[in-house]
Design a protein around this ligand. Structure first.
Ligand SMILES: *Cc1c(COP(=O)(O)O)cnc(C)c1O
Length: 477
């Protein structure tokens, strides 16, 4: 970068601290109370040092591009670089939110076709692309539940959930004012008797993910649906685990009424650190008119936003939703095709069971044995050595692996939730298992104080959550 170029973009007095006093504070149009009293401290450094700095920072991070990432429930699969390029450099990034429909026919076509593809994958009649994440999909779905019961003159104020459910499920229900009723599991799956006892006139919906968070397929799902429907409730499918079943079966076939997709999980998109994501919601024909508006429709050859849904709950997200995530999903599905998606599900299940076999005799595996795309071990036995699951997870970092999800689901003591995804090769799974088993044979003191080789050692997570430091100052020590 030449100096001229740099000066052209940044006034020199903003770049160099020693010239700070040249900045004329009096000319500043901002009110005194919010204007800076001193110039910001911005170091004057050559380009190569900036490059080194950011490259070094990027190397301190761990992601799917650096290694195996078996974070259960999150489906941290490989993100093809061509879809990343689409989301970064294609013309689609220049779309303006207020562009007239005639000018965005191509983008509308992609949204329309994506709605159709997702509807087919989920076995649903219609899909909205608006929600920005799975959790917002849950909220959208439960707003539909609420509106539906209101229209039918029913005052139903309870949402039932199994004790294996993901935290966002009860949180979404509570946010909408529902009372949440948790039912215990039996052998890791929904206990039909407990469900029968829990349902009634107050039941608005039952929320379930299948396979569930233990990686177990809920084989009685149709009986579950019958029990909920007979009580007048609706059945909501949390789609976070769709990766295990896509192309094989679908929530529609299991008699679910509403579902969300976690596009960033099932159809890839890097989603560390909380974003970006998309959580489209699908519904049966009976609930179609309740979806948020607009949905994308087609009339002859013209695509348009349809605002005419009669019972719509209204808009839940501005403009086109998380458009670039939608675009990446569209490209990913087109690239994979039906066979490719089915194969991804098969391989995800195969990888999970292969890894389970390698590990199950070294730690405890609660519940029945055959798993779908993920499995949950219990680190209970570690306590004999004065260790906890957390210690094992931290030590994995030293061995070059991202830790699995720990302490979820809540019904497993010292849980370790491992999801290898379809992406990984046998060699990677073998390497992970070897590191895992080695750690179990290491000196507990080493494990207890791990990680030793990472940039940041073990952090005080309680303190970090309670007293987060959200800004960085060079002056602070
Ligand atoms: C990730 C996840 C969610 C929430 O989805 P977000 O897209 O992160 O909001 C809900 N349920 C399960 C089982 C999940 O794994």
């Amino acid at each position: 970068m030449s100096l001229e170029f740099r000066q052209a973009r940044y006034p020199r007095h903003l770049l160099m601290e020693e010239h700070a006093e040249e900045r004329d504070v009096k000319d500043n149009p901002l009110p005194d109370n919010i204007a800076r009293k001193e110039a910001p401290r911005i170091p004057d450094v050559p380009e190569y040092e900036v490059a080194r700095h950011f490259t070094r920072l990027s190397q301190m991070n761990y992601g799917v591009d650096t290694g195996f990432y078996p974070l259960g429930s999150c489906t941290m699969k490989y993100n093809p670089k061509f879809t990343e390029m689409l989301g970064k450099e294609s013309k689609a990034t220049e779309l303006h939110p207020y562009q007239p429909e005639e000018g965005i026919q191509g983008s509308l076509q992609i949204m329309y076709e994506l709605q159709k593809m997702l509807a087919e994958i989920g076995g649903m009649a219609q899909v909205t692309l608006q929600p920005a994440a799975g959790a917002q999909g849950e909220m959208t779905g439960l707003m539909i539940v609420h509106q539906y019961h209101m229209n039918n003159g029913n005052e139903r104020n309870e949402v039932i959930l199994p004790d294996t459910s993901h935290g966002t499920n009860p949180a979404s229900a509570a946010m909408l004012g529902y009372k949440t009723v948790e039912i215990p599991s039996k052998d890791g799956c929904v206990d039909l008797k407990a469900l029968e006892q829990a349902v009634g006139e107050k039941t608005a919906a039952f929320m379930l993910t299948n396979p569930n968070t233990l990686g177990l397929f809920e084989e009685d799902v149709k009986e579950v649906a019958d029990i909920v429907h007979e009580a007048g409730g609706l059945l909501y499918y949390d789609g976070a685990n769709l990766n295990a079943i896509m192309g094989k079966t679908n929530p529609g076939a299991m008699n679910f009424d509403i579902m969300h997709f976690n596009l960033h999980k099932t159809f890839s998109t890097p989603h560390g650190g909380g974003g970006p994501g998309a959580g489209p919601v699908g519904v049966t024909e009976e609930l179609r008119s309740y979806l948020p508006v607009p949905i994308v429709e087609k009339n002859h050859d013209k695509y348009y936003f349809d605002h005419s849904l009669e019972n719509s709950i209204g808009r839940v997200k501005g403009f086109y939703g998380n458009w670039l995530v939608l675009l990446k999903t569209y490209a990913y599905i087109k690239f994979k095709g039906k066979d490719g998606l089915t194969e991804a599900a098969e391989r995800a299940v195969l990888n999970s069971n292969y890894l389970r076999k390698l590990l199950e005799e070294h730690l405890e595996l609660p519940y029945k044995s055959l798993r779908k795309h993920e499995f949950v071990l219990s680190g209970k036995k570690l306590k004999d050595k004065g260790l906890r699951t957390m210690d094992l997870a931290k030590r994995l970092l030293d061995h070059g692996y991202h830790a699995p999800t720990i302490y979820f689901p809540l019904i497993v003591d010292e849980a370790l939730m491992i999801e290898p995804t379809e992406t990984e090769r046998k060699e990677t799974l073998d390497g992970f298992a070897e590191a895992f088993i080695n750690i179990l044979n290491e000196d507990p003191e080493i494990v207890k104080n791990a990680p030793h080789n990472t940039t940041v050692r073990r952090v005080d997570e309680t303190k970090a959550a309670k007293k987060p430091i959200l800004s960085y100052s060079m002056r602070e020590k």
